[in-house]
Design a protein. Structure first.
Ligand code: ADP
Ligand code: MG
Ligand code: MG
Length: 880
């Protein structure tokens, strides 16, 4: 009954129902809150009668009396919305004490110090929360704290606990004076006045600014309201036979099935959280209070059997008697989420469908990243933080150029490439480095994109880091490092450390690389188990975006069923190729261009051969040349001079051609199929390389099946595709005839311009498949540059104009609708047209779920995201 009772109230009732020791109490429902808000802060008629009846029941259950002078019943008043909501009212403890009943309590317990401690806590909480005695300047001390600090100074004591009963009586007097001075009102002595004051404050807090803002942010309806839990107090602060604590039924950090938590002897609940004293680990309770520890351990098992999930609970021990105060599903790390789900299936607490649905898809990736050796991290010095862009941990020597990274890594020295920003020219250096650190650029910058694609550790946009290429220095705050110094970066958190911190590759990767036996790795077994379950339920195919045999192999090991996007341009940077590429681009006529292309052909053919072998018959989607040509050109004088020498022309000619190729807006310029249309010989060379490679593997001694899908980028007009497809088909027949083989292949297009989605019906006449290029489709639909939107996107998120970064999670209403339109219209022409997506969104769980609903055949994502996509796809299927 979470909706009516709130999360806390429902679970308290549930615990009581299954026989756990919960202090008696009752819940005023969320409906009353709604009434209260709608009716000028009044209560529904009849409520007072019910409240008083409930109190009488509690009196019977506890043998105490509310407001009694001899044996007073004290109450805790706790708010509790449907979902836990920070920003709501704090709990008020010890309600029901006044100047008279406190004396009764002191006498009854024979513990004056305890009684007056309860009373001063009550005045403090009630005064703060209900009567508003609080500072409104965060730099000022809280008024009650100030009074307390002054008294402690006068009494020359350090800890609150060192104040005597007499001291506390003095403190109470001063607290009351403070309340009077602050509010002009006297502190209420009447216990029902106290009770209604507290209940009204809880309901009132539903409408405070903090709570409203929180609800807006998380889309919580205002009409939900909060419940109020009124509960008999139990006392963890009654001496050394009493304690209070918080615990988890399993370790929330690694998921291990151990009792995990902490407690304080002789304390009330808020002391544990407030950090006034340092709590002890729960294991120690077995020595200090063996009976309670045993009881708690039994409770722990019962909670899991009932709630069927890991629980986070609060308890109090009053004079050796255990009470349960709260339970809820515990927050956990990704690793713990996986482990707990797996083990709960083994324990038959849940079935594998529940396990698959429950693990946040993202968390599977935490099983795959290298990690810092936690023992080493303690001594490391954190110097700054950036955006976590490529998860995992990396350590190495600082280098400031890609060339230097290659140089030292060739010698077996680990490098961290530190750049203000990266560009395609840095690619080889990025591959050679352990990790990448940039001081500018967001999570979709080149550095971040490549890092994700390659599964590289990356921290980007670390604004606090100043990189000076000329001096070869990197500073952050008062840390000054230079080239060759060690640095360590954590791409999971964004933390940057000076010095060397040891790392270890994930066990899953070690197993997949054959370096560790599966039986030796529990992490790997869990990974495999979850993935098998996921594959059983998912409908979406999962492919990968990969350009090299190594990447593809890793992706296949992680479960990729094909390549959804092979970017051919990455193939043009290595070794001599870049020179031929540049020669091709700088050619002033077709003859020169063909000569350069002829030299590139064998390289491309070799690359594709490797890729086809690695994929062993799985479909491989190859995208023809896409980026604006200037990305390949030399931008500094030295490289231009070198190139001039290689090509045997003057540096001036190079500079002139580079200038001629300059574009104001390359993203919308001469790129994509526009290149292949201007220079059909480029398309021809690429198609030839693909088909000849296919022929090679088909005719090899041990023939390997091959299925290329050639993809034309940036098509907006039917004719564009037609022109390119004609070239491809012609080359295909030429190669097949020359080699005497039959090659199965398909020709299709990217849908990455709104016009293409809208004209999909026509385009599908030529295209045998569509792959939605949601990166460009987002850029062109929103008219927003992915690389420049960092300046205003954070504001847009704050203002709720766009709830999420549209380059990370697909804008369903806009870009998403175009995807749906494209899919529908494509299918209208070609019923069985194959539909996929290959943007960054292919690895984003929320987007994957959308693509499932849109009815696509597969998503394609970077290799390390493949398991995430498999899990998200299974969740989508189970949800629907
Ligand atoms: P939160 O939602 O912030 O955790 P709670 O309502 O759980 O707030 O109350 C905070 C703390 O107050 C609890 O952890 C517990 O230690 C203490 N507390 C709440 N109710 C009682 C009670 N009936 N007896 C003793 N302590 C209580
Ligand atoms: Mg709590
Ligand atoms: Mg594109």
């Amino acid at each position: 009954m979470r909706e009516l009772l709130g999360g806390k109230g429902a679970n308290l009732a549930e615990m009581a129902r299954i026989g756990l020791p919960v202090p008696p109490g009752f819940t005023i429902t969320t409906d009353v809150c709604t009434y209260f808000t709608a009716n000028k802060k009044s209560f529904p008629s009849g409520m007072d009668k019910q409240v008083r009846q409930a109190v009488v029941t509690m009196e019977k259950q506890t043998g105490k009396k509310f407001g009694d002078l001899k044996n007073p019943l004290l109450l805790s008043i706790r708010s509790g919305a449907r979902d836990s909501m920070p920003g709501m009212m704090d709990t008020i403890l010890n309600l029901g004490l006044n100047d008279n009943s406190v004396k009764g309590l002191a006498e009854l317990t024979g513990n004056a110090r305890f009684a007056y401690d309860c009373y001063r806590r009550f005045i403090q909480m009630y005064g703060d929360v209900v009567m508003g005695v609080q500072s409104h300047d965060e730099h000022e001390e809280e008024p009650f704290e100030e009074v307390m600090a002054k008294l402690k100074k006068e009494r020359k004591v350090v800890e609150d606990n060192d104040l005597t009963a007499e001291d506390l009586q003095e403190l109470i007097k001063r607290y009351k004076t403070l309340v009077k001075k602050f509010t002009g009102k006297t502190f209420p002595e009447d216990v029902y006045e106290q009770l209604y004051g507290a209940v009204s404050a809880v309901f009132g807090s539903w409408d405070n600014e903090r709570a409203i803002i929180y609800r807006q942010k998380y889309n919580i309806p205002h009409e939900w309201g909060t419940a109020v839990n009124v509960q008999a107090m139990v006392f963890g602060n009654m001496g050394d036979t009493s304690a209070t604590g918080v615990a988890f039924t399993r370790d929330p950090a690694n998921g291990e099935k151990v009792f995990y938590g902490e407690y304080l002897i002789n304390a009330q609940g808020e002391d544990v959280v407030a950090g006034v004293r340092t709590p002890k680990p729960i294991a120690q309770l077995a020595d200090e209070m063996p009976k309670s520890h045993k009881e708690l351990d039994a409770v722990r098992k019962k909670l899991e059997r009932h709630f069927k999930d890991m629980q986070d609970f609060e308890f109090t021990i009053e004079d050796n008697k255990l009470y349960m105060l709260q339970t809820r599903n515990g927050k956990r790390t990704g690793l713990a989420a996986v482990r707990i789900a797996c083990e709960m299936v083994n324990e038959k607490l849940i079935n594998n469908k529940t396990a698959v649905s429950r693990i946040p898809a993202e968390s599977i990736s935490s099983l795959l990243v290298p990690v810092f050796d936690t023992t080493k991290l303690k001594n490391a010095k954190k110097i700054s933080t950036g955006l976590p862009a490529g998860p995992g941990a990396a350590t190495g020597k600082i280098v400031f150029s890609a060339a230097r990274a290659e140089e030292i890594s060739a010698k077996g020295i680990k490098a961290i490439l530190c750049r203000v920003e990266t560009s395609p020219e840095d690619l080889r250096g990025m591959i050679a480095s352990e990790g990448i650190l940039t001081s500018r650029g967001g999570v979709s910058s080149h550095a971040a994109l490549v890092a994700r694609q390659m599964g590289k550790v990356c921290v980007c946009g670390a604004n606090g880091v100043v990189i000076n290429y000329a001096r070869k220095t990197l500073s952050a705050g008062n840390a000054h490092l230079k080239e060759g110094d060690y640095i360590s970066i954590d791409g999971t958190t964004g933390d940057i450390f000076a010095g060397q911190v040891d790392t270890a590759p994930s066990e899953v990767n070690q197993v997949l690389a054959g370096k560790l036996k599966p039986a030796k790795s529990y992490t790997y077994q869990m990974f495999e188990t979850i993935m098998q379950w996921a594959d059983k339920y998912r409908k979406l195919g999962v492919r990968t975006n990969a350009d090299t045999p190594e990447q593809s192999q890793m992706a296949v090991a992680l479960g990729a069923e094909g390549i959804g996007l092979c970017r051919t341009e990455h193939m043009f940077f290595e070794g001599d190729r870049i020179n031929y590429m540049r020669q091709m681009i700088l050619a002033t006529n077709t003859k020169e261009r063909k000569a350069a292309l002829k030299k590139l052909l064998p390289y491309q053919r070799k690359d594709f051969t490797g890729l086809f072998k690695a994929m062993a018959g799985r479909p491989v989607t190859v995208r023809l040349l896409d980026p604006p040509l200037h990305e390949f050109l030399p931008h500094d004088d030295a490289t231009r001079r070198d190139l001039a020498e290689v090509l045997g022309v003057s540096p001036e000619i190079i500079s002139e051609r580079v200038k001629a190729l300059h574009e104001e807006n390359p993203m919308l310029g001469h790129r994509g199929c526009r290149l292949g249309i201007s220079y059909p010989e480029v398309t021809e060379m690429q198609a030839r390389a693909i088909f000849e490679a296919a022929a090679t593997v088909l005719k090899a001694k041990k023939p390997i099946d091959v299925f290329p899908e050639i993809m034309v980028p940036l098509v907006g007009f039917e004719k564009e595709l037609k022109l390119q497809v004609d070239v491809i088909h012609r080359v295909a027949s030429e190669v097949m005839e020359a080699k005497g083989v039959k090659i199965k292949y398909m020709v299709g297009t990217m849908i990455e311009i709104p016009r293409a989605a809208i004209r999909a019906e026509k385009i599908a006449e030529t295209a045998e498949f569509f792959s939605f290029g949601t990166n460009d489709l987002t850029q062109t639909t929103l008219g927003m540059s992915r690389d420049d939107s960092g300046t205003f996107l954070p504001l847009y998120k704050d203002l709720d104009i766009i709830p999420q970064n549209p380059f990370a999670t697909i804008d369903q209403a806009g870009v998403g609708e175009l995807v749906q339109i494209g899919a529908e219209r494509g299918r209208a022409t070609r019923k069985n047209i194959k539909l996929g997506i290959c943007g960054e969104h292919g690895g984003d769980p929320t987007s994957v779920k959308f693509f499932h609903k849109a009815g696509l055949n597969y998503v394609s994502c970077s290799p390390p995201r493949v398991p995430v996509a498999r899990l998200a796809a299974a969740q989508a299927a189970l949800e629907s």
